[in-house]
Structure formats: structure tokens, C-alpha cells
Design a protein around this ligand. Structure first.
Ligand code: NZQ
Ligand code: ZN
Length: 388
């Protein structure tokens, strides 16, 4: 096991009735708040009314940035920064999924500087301070509620860049499974697939071959993401199904799984970010396609590791042999994605093979920032060929 530091400062309030605490928890960080939310789900399901009443009761003065779209845009972040400066915001309150939370984090970083916020994403400027962010999570997927990452699409250059900094952890995140009851079946599945991908990236790019604690933890998270997702699709209001999916998603990308693995990479995310930047496909839908292509491309070099995973998460396959086991695992994963009604090919996403060179070219900037130097456009194009 490699040396590691694990320091996650986000306070989690998990369970029923925890949303009542949003007012006091946010008021502890300031009096002037900026409430950030998405397009319509929280107004449709009553969460907006509940949250705004709670914030007002706690004495917060609230400005609002609503309408944050999925695969959030830099232009909306800039609008949020303008609002935060105008209202002298002291605390940012995000109510939504990863897109809303990432937008809130970016506003929190950009509101305290004069230069453009995109400079943080391109590494031209470093973050020195941020506004505090509190969250109510409404969708199990990104892990943003308990991690130091943010992912934003530059709507001028069509680059989708992810960036991490220790000051970007939310101060408090409220995880009430009931707030996720209204997530539709497609996004429930995409969220589970995103969760699985976060674990797979670490599991398959680990620099350390001898980390049994981490391995069992990761296999357990993948297995649970699948079973919890199936429960939620069967009954969207299954409290324990939603609770398990929510906590699995949070644990899958809060630093815990990667502890002790040495340097890990996120090559599947590198490729997916290009897909969602260019075609605005849901992140988890793009990942379903890329995971399968990436696994196929690495089926030779990573065969024992893929087969080990298959032995644990798909015991009914009875895997005994590495090469065969890798293929069986990939096939079984494809079947599971299909059962969850996720896309499994570029064609399913409506993306023609002729676009592969352009998609591959679009990964160059992020590959440089993420130091994925092996992932040249040529290699990315080869992986994408396996996604057809
Ligand atoms: O906009 P509204 O109307 O709220 O609808 C949203 C949106 O259409 C809907 N939704 C969310 N909660 C709901 C709900 N609908 C009904 N009931 C609810 N309770 O779901 C749709 C998708 O929301 P979004 O926030 O985009 O989903 P997700 O949480 O998957 O976030 C995706 C974004 O996170 C980034 C992705 O790249 C993508 O931009 N990621 C962020 C990461 C991080 N910060 O660490 C890591 C991830 O790998 C990922 O890259
Ligand atoms: Zn992801």
C-alpha cells in the first residue's frame, strides 16, 4: 500500500428530515446567501419551497441563481459570480445534483478574485480562498457533495474541464434519500453508472497491485451501486434503495477508494468529458459507452484485473480464467447497462463514427491538465473505435 493522506473536511447530515438543518447550517457561515439550483425539478417536487422557507427562518437574506443546466456552463458560473459580487454573498447554498454543486463551487472560487474564473480550470491561476458552500444533494451520482472537484464546460471553446482543490470541499452536505425519490429512471441509472465509473477508474488504473482492503471496498461499492439502482428502478420511493445508492455514490468519489493506491488516472472521464462537451449527452450515459470501449481496448493488458472484478461482482459467471473472464465480465456489464436502458454505443448516443477524430482532438487540453500523457488523440480514437 502506498503512503497517503486522507482528509475529508465535509460534514455530512444523512437521512430523513435532515433538510430542516440547511438554514442553521448555512447561517453559521454567513447571513447573505446565494441559492443555486437547476431548471425545474426542485420547484416541481416542493423542495424549493421547503428550502427557501428554512433559509428565511434562519435569518438568511437570499439572492438566487436558478436554471443551472446539466453539464453546467461557464457562462452561468460567470452570471453567478456577478450576482455574488453584487449581493456581497457570504455563503453559497447549492440544491441539486452535481451540475448545481459544481456551479456553486466555481462561483465560490470566482467571487473572490478579479480575474476570470476559467483561469483556475486551465491552471493559469491558483485558488487561494473560496466562499463556503453548503449543499442539499438531490441526485446520487457525481460525488461532488463530498469532494474537492468541480467540472464546468466552457461554452465558447466547448472544453469540459474538471479541476480539484482542497478549498472546494463543501462545508456541509445534506443527503436526504427522500429528496431523490423524484429522480427519473434514466438519470437514476446514469447516476449509478457514474458511480461505478468512479470506482472503476481507481480499480483499473491503480499503481499498487496489493491493496486488498481497497479492492474489497471498491468491489462492494460497485456491487451495491448495481443492486441499489435496480431497487430504485423497481420502486422509485424505496427509501433504503435510494439511501444505499446515495451513500454509495458519495463514498465512490470522496477520496476513500483511492487511498493507498498511488497515482490513479481518470481516462474514461477524459474521453466522456469530450462527448458531453460536444454533444451535451448526460455524463453517466456517455460513460456507459466509454466504459465498455475502454474495457474492450484494455481487455488484453488488464485481463487479470478485469477478471478479478468479474469474479466478485458477477459470481454467477463462475470465472476461472483471466482472458476469458475479462471478456465475460465486459459482456455482463454491457448486459447490465442494457437492462438499465443506458446507451452502450456511440450510435445509441446519436454520434456518428465520422466524428471520432474531432472528439479525440477535443481531449487534448484536459489530457495535458490531468497529466494523462499516454492519452494522445490517436489512443483516444482507438478507444472510441471500440465504442461503435
Ligand atoms: O435541472 P433540474 O430540473 O434540477 O433536473 C436535473 C437534471 O435534468 C435532474 N434532477 C436532479 N435531481 C433531481 C432531478 N430530477 C428530479 N428529481 C430530482 N431529485 O437530473 C438531471 C441531471 O442533473 P445533474 O446535476 O446534471 O446530474 P449529476 O449529478 O449526474 O451531475 C452531472 C455533472 O457532474 C459532473 C459531470 O461531468 C456533469 O457535469 N461531475 C462532477 C464531478 C465532481 N464534481 O467531482 C465528478 C463526476 O465525475 C462528474 O464529472
Ligand atoms: Zn463521473
Amino acid at each position: 500500500m502506498h503512503n497517503f493522506v486522507f482528509h475529508n473536511p465535509t460534514k455530512i447530515l444523512f437521512g430523513r428530515n435532515t433538510i430542516d438543518a440547511l438554514g442553521p447550517e448555512s447561517r453559521a457561515w454567513g447571513q447573505r446567501g446565494l441559492l443555486v439550483y437547476g431548471r425545474h425539478s426542485i420547484k416541481d417536487n416542493g423542495l424549493y419551497a421547503q428550502v427557501t422557507a428554512g433559509l428565511q427562518a434562519a435569518g438568511l437574506e437570499i439572492a438566487e441563481l436558478g436554471g443551472v443546466r446539466s453539464n453546467p456552463l461557464l457562462s452561468q458560473v460567470r452570471e453567478g459570480i456577478r450576482l455574488a459580487k453584487e449581493h456581497q454573498t457570504e455563503v453559497i447554498i447549492a440544491v441539486g445534483g452535481g451540475s448545481v454543486i459544481d456551479t456553486a463551487k466555481a462561483i465560490g472560487a470566482g467571487a473572490l478574485v478579479e480575474h476570470d474564473v476559467w483561469k483556475f480550470f486551465t491552471g493559469k491561476k491558483g485558488i487561494k480562498q473560496t466562499l463556503p458552500v453548503t449543499t442539499v444533494l438531490t441526485l446520487a451520482a457525481s460525488g461532488s457533495e463530498m469532494n474537492s472537484g468541480m467540472v464546468i464546460t466552457n461554452d465558447t471553446t466547448l472544453e469540459k474541464f474538471g479541476f480539484g482543490h482542497r478549498l472546494l470541499y463543501p462545508k456541509v452536505s445534506i443527503l436526504d434519500p427522500e429528496a431523490t425519490f423524484t429522480v427519473p429512471p434514466d438519470y437514476t441509472a446514469y447516476g449509478a453508472i457514474d458511480t461505478i465509473s468512479h470506482v472503476l477508474e481507481c480499480y483499473l488504473t491503480t499503481a499498487d497491485p496489493d491493496t486488498p482492503v481497497q479492492d474489497r471496498l471498491m468491489e462492494g461499492l460497485i456491487e451495491n451501486a448495481m443492486t441499489a439502482c435496480e431497487r430504485c428502478l423497481l420502486d422509485p420511493c424505496d427509501y433504503n434503495g435510494r439511501a444505499n445508492l446515495l451513500w454509495t455514490a458519495t463514498l465512490a468519489l470522496n477520496g476513500l477508494t483511492a487511498a493507498g493506491l498511488g497515482r490513479v488516472g481518470f481516462p474514461m472521464h477524459l474521453i466522456e468529458h469530450s462527448l458531453s462537451a460536444l454533444y451535451d449527452v448526460p455524463h453517466g450515459a456517455g460513460l456507459a459507452v466509454v466504459i465498455l470501449g475502454w474495457l474492450q481496448h484494455h481487455a488484453d493488458t488488464c485481463a487479470p484485473r478485469i477478471a478479478d472484478l468479474g469474479k466478485r461482482i458477477f459470481p454467477s459467471l463462475g470465472i476461472t480464467h483471466a482472458d476469458q473472464g475479462a471478456e465475460q465480465t465486459i459482456d455482463e456489464m454491457r448486459r447490465w447497462f442494457c437492462r438499465m436502458k443506458a446507451p452502450v454505443t456511440l450510435h445509441d448516443l446519436g454520434i456518428p463514427a465520422s466524428d471520432i477524430p474531432q472528439i479525440a482532438e477535443n481531449t487534448k487540453g484536459l489530457a495535458r491538465l490531468w497529466r494523462l500523457h499516454d492519452y494522445t488523440p490517436e489512443l483516444v480514437a482507438k478507444v472510441l473505435q471500440r465504442c461503435l
